[in-house]
Design a binder for this molecule. Structure first.
Ligand code: AMP
Length: 299
């Protein structure tokens, strides 16, 4: 597996291969886990070559956020990427990505307004800017993004569509631990107690999923089911919202179209911020069942 650090290396690699080979691209911030692994594996199964980028993007962290503390595990990342089928890793420095004089910022409107856009001002501008730069460098046929970051996925799809991007944007389902907790690079900050408490997040989603499966369609009841679980653990979410799965507009009183229940929860003991979601739709029964099984199994 090749490791590149310079923009021009990835450009050369892609230029050499683009005409004969299908290229898949998986952008990450490193500290790779099996969630990233599933994106890399999916890309490797659908393409001849898979590029993985590892770049902790300062533009998407607010001034009080954890940019400097974000986990960096480069050696292990390279091993995992290779094991999952990556052909090359691109790990640039901040200066290589944003050399002096870098002046372009991408803003996607509307989809960035609610949820993480509310509580992390500027975050999605940083994401959109780095992803559009990475997509331009990688020029891949497909790029893979996790549905754990559901809002991010919709924003990137919108951006790629608006900008006439060559790359097809693919969403990949959330990989969860045995007890339902979504894998995240930040989970390593959870100590034993915080890790136990973190189970409440998938359990809250599962409570809503359960009544949805049983036929409940009243938005307030679905939200209350999840809120009840968090409240039992004395957790106050940063947000807990039910929104339309395409537009991210607030779901009406009764959901008649696919909706997504979103949670952002700070686990206060360690200050770790977790986000998770579940798509409530009649077509999503396999993922609802997986979540319910994992959460139920741990009770
Ligand atoms: P990050 O390194 O956190 O920026 O994530 C890189 C990519 O991996 C993003 O597209 C994430 O949505 C995706 N990802 C992170 N965690 C998971 C997970 N548990 N399951 C599936 N994809 C994930």
């Amino acid at each position: 597996m090749r490791v590149f650090t310079m923009r021009k290396e990835i450009t050369e690699f892609v230029t050499e291969n683009l005409s004969q080979k299908k290229i898949g691209f998986v952008p990450t911030m490193g500290a790779l886990h099996e969630g990233h692994g599933s994106l890399i594996q999916k890309s490797a199964s659908e393409n001849d070559l898979t590029l993985v980028s590892i770049f902790v993007n300062p533009k998407q962290f607010g001034p009080t956020e954890d940019f400097s503390k974000y986990p960096r595990t480069f050696k292990d990342d390279v091993v995992l990427a290779e094991k999952c089928g990556a052909s090359a890793v691109f790990a640039p420095t901040v200066n290589e990505m944003y050399p002096p004089g870098f002046s372009t910022h991408i803003t996607v409107k509307h989809l960035t307004d609610p949820l993480c856009g509310q509580v992390r001002p500027g975050h999605f501008d940083g994401v959109a800017t780095v992803v559009s730069l990475l997509l331009n460098l990688a020029r891949s046929h497909k790029a893979y993004f996790g549905l754990k970051d559901y809002q991010q996925f919709l924003i990137i799809k919108q951006m790629a569509h608006d900008l006439g991007c060559f790359t097809e944007i693919i969403g990949v389902p959330t990989v969860r631990e045995q007890d339902g907790l979504a894998l995240s690079s930040r989970n390593r900050f959870l100590d034993e107690d915080a890790r136990k408490l973190a189970r409440a997040v998938p359990a809250a989603l599962a409570a809503a999923a359960k009544i949805f499966k049983d036929g409940e369609r009243q938005a307030q009841k679905l939200i209350s089911a999840a809120a009840g679980v968090l409240a039992t653990h004395e957790l106050i979410p940063q947000y807990l919202e039910l929104r339309n799965a395409q537009t991210l507009k607030e779901a009406g009183a009764e959901i008649t179209e696919p909706a997504v229940l979103f949670i952002a929860q700070i686990i206060s003991k360690t200050g770790t911020r977790l986000i998770d979601n579940i798509v409530l739709s009649e077509e999503n029964t396999a993922l609802l069942d997986e979540l319910l099984e994992k959460v139920h199994h741990e009770k």
